[in-house]
Design a protein around this ligand. Structure first.
Ligand code: GRF
Length: 198
């Protein structure tokens, strides 16, 4: 069997999805391994978690680049190349990407969003689900395209919305589902790639 797909995880915050991906990638039969974590936020809690797991964890702070988003992305892309990354998993990465980075990684960049897309792309999906009176919420893993949270859907998981839910309690329930969904979808994605004759 060819080697495992080399995955980078992009984060901005707590990194609980990143931690789930790192753990899954350490299983003996995993079709991928997390080889790099990049945060745009030097205070992201996920950085310490990655370091504790022995994964290179880089901060590429967007602030010194000011409005030059392309230059920030070029710095990220250079690190992805340097580490031989084959698949990028965005996990709570809170920067919009330019078409340049999206096209460079087209078909090889995944994201997780805490709603049942196409419902509630963008911000505050939990509050919007509650306000709409939905009985179900969930999360979606999709390929990244230029539109925000618009790419082809690779997998979804559903959770109930309870009558007394706040956006915070619903987010907690959805996040648990995310931690199961994202490793499963990434594994399937990487296994399919690994099985291809090319
Ligand atoms: C998750 O809910 C993810 O779906 C969203 O941002 C959150 C990140 O949480 N894009 P964490 O940093 O993985 O804990």
């Amino acid at each position: 069997m060819p080697g495992r797909r080399r995955v980078a995880v992009l984060i901005s915050g707590a990194g609980s999805n990143m931690a789930a991906l790192i753990a899954a990638g350490q299983a003996a039969d995993a079709p991928f391994e997390v080889v790099l974590v990049i945060s745009n936020n030097p205070d992201a809690g996920g950085l310490a978690i990655a370091e504790a797991a022995g994964i290179p964890a880089l901060t590429i702070d967007h602030r010194p680049y000011g409005k030059d988003r392309a230059a920030h992305e070029q710095a990220i892309a250079a690190m992805l190349d340097e580490y031989g990354v084959e698949v990028v998993a965005m996990a709570g990465y809170m920067r919009l990407l330019t078409p340049w980075l999206v096209s460079r990684w087209a078909g090889r960049m995944l994201n997780i969003h805490p709603s049942l897309l196409p419902l509630y792309p963008g911000l505050d999906p939990h509050a919007r689900a509650i306000a709409a009176g939905d009985s179900e919420a969930g999360c979606t893993v999709h390929l990244v395209t230029e539109g925000v949270d618009e790419g082809p859907i690779l997998g979804q998981a559903r959770v109930p919305v309870q009558g007394d839910d706040t956006p915070e309690t619903l987010a907690d329930r959805v996040r648990l589902a995310e931690h199961a969904l994202y490793p499963a979808v990434l594994s399937e994605f990487c296994a399919v790639r690994t099985d291809r004759p090319d």
